[in-house]
Design a protein around this ligand. Structure first.
Ligand SMILES: [Zn+2]
Length: 221
């Protein structure tokens, strides 16, 4: 097993692209894995492919369309509107157990290619009711995966305690600010870069960006 080899769970969005840059700085060898589960916008897959190619990262797209069969919702079905969860309910973008599935498959790939490290952009700070984004879940799964394959995987979550502004700051510190801003896709409506500006994902991204830019300007003065 290569000590310095990592698999990055990669969607082509802001968070996982920042994680990819983070991994490229930290590890000698990096591969990316993207899960195709009939996302609302197939261009998410195309964006992920284009970024991996540009960064010269070996990229695997895994068919996970069975998730759509199990959990039809706003991200995977065009006939359901995206809305934010109210009164603590889960948002309509929720696919139960998605990160459980993704990290499990990523670790199987890690085992196949001899990678010790798995990197994911899950984040507890912007916690929106996804229980499998929580730190305690990731640590628990890490133990389970190691027992299941008799390995010593290490799951890294560089964004776990960052808010969106701090995620922009991390991208900037990695020299990837413009790349992440211009080439990633976060928008639920499939618009690149700064997106449609209206959907929950765009609002979250823009609020973080504005708050980081204000902080950066303050520091420059
Ligand atoms: Zn949008």
């Amino acid at each position: 097993m290569e000590k310095n080899k990592a698999v990055v769970v990669f969607s082509g969005g802001q968070d996982s692209t920042t994680c990819l840059f983070w991994a490229l700085e930290k590890f000698d060898e990096v591969e990316a894995i993207t899960f195709d589960y009939n996302q609302r916008h197939q261009q998410e897959i195309e964006v992920a492919k284009a970024i991996a190619t540009e960064l010269n990262v070996k990229h695997t797209v895994l068919d996970m369309s069975l998730l759509n069969q199990l959990a039809p919702n706003a991200l995977t079905r065009n006939d359901i509107e995206v809305n934010e969860g109210e009164d603590g309910s889960l948002p309509s973008t929720f696919v139960p157990g998605r990160n459980l599935m993704f990290l499990s498959f990523a670790s199987i790939m890690a085992k196949q290619i001899g990678a010790k490290h798995i990197v994911t952009g899950v984040c507890e700070t912007d916690f929106s009711g996804y229980p499998d984004c929580r730190d305690v879940f990731v640590k628990s799964l890490n133990v389970t995966l190691n027992l299941s394959m008799d390995e010593a995987f290490v799951i890294h979550t560089p964004l776990m305690w960052l808010d969106k502004a701090e995620t922009w700051e991390l991208a900037d510190n990695l020299g990837a600010f413009s790349f992440v801003r211009e080439k990633t896709l976060t928008c639920y409506h499939g618009f690149h870069a700064d997106g449609c500006g209206e959907c929950p994902a765009c609002k979250l991204r823009r609020n973080g960006l504005e708050s980081y830019l204000a902080k950066r300007e303050g520091a420059d003065l």
